[in-house]
Write a protein that binds this ligand. Structure first.
Ligand SMILES: [Cu+2]
Length: 159
């Protein structure tokens, strides 16, 4: 009987670190899943194939985006929305995550904002001030790994 207890204890000691490692890893994957899900929940504002690259633009509130990133919304931030874009090879569906992306936004009052979109978790994104109601013209310029410069434009209405 005593021998059995010792054996069980030894077995537990061996498997315990593996089990906790697996658990940590599992919760990490879950975090990634959440992030993706939240970004998918952001409404698709525009989708277009430009010279073999499928670009999907999403516009979400800063609140939504910070929740997806599991970060707190900084106080006194003038940016109200996060604009994200994802690129895929139109033929293979493979995500393209490297490149330079810039966006210029013209507001209903004609004020312009130009920003570089940073690569983050499979998409490119930046924060903009869309605090005025009305139509915003979004112009994006992107240079991906093939070196070609592509552009895409769309309208986004803030109600
Ligand atoms: Cu983002």
């Amino acid at each position: 009987m005593k021998k059995l207890i010792v054996l069980v204890a030894a077995a537990l000691a061996l498997t315990a670190p593996i089990a906790s490692y697996a658990m940590d890893h599992g919760s990490m994957d879950m975090g990634h899943g959440d992030m993706k899900m939240n970004h998918d929940m952001g409404a698709v504002a525009h989708q277009e194939v430009v010279n073999g690259v499928k670009a999907t633009f999403k516009v979400m509130s800063m609140k939504e985006h910070m929740a997806a990133m599991k970060m707190e919304l900084p106080k006194g931030m003038k940016e109200t929305h996060h604009i994200a874009v994802e690129f895929k090879d139109a033929k293979t569906g493979k995500p393209i995550t490297e490149g330079e992306v810039k966006a210029k936004i013209q507001g209903p009052d004609n004020a312009e904002q130009t920003k570089e979109l940073m690569g983050m978790q499979g998409h490119f994104g930046a924060d903009f001030d869309l605090s005025k109601k009305g139509k915003y013209g979004v112009m994006a310029k992107f240079k991906l790994k093939d070196g070609q410069v592509r552009t895409s434009k769309f309208w986004y209405t803030v109600k």
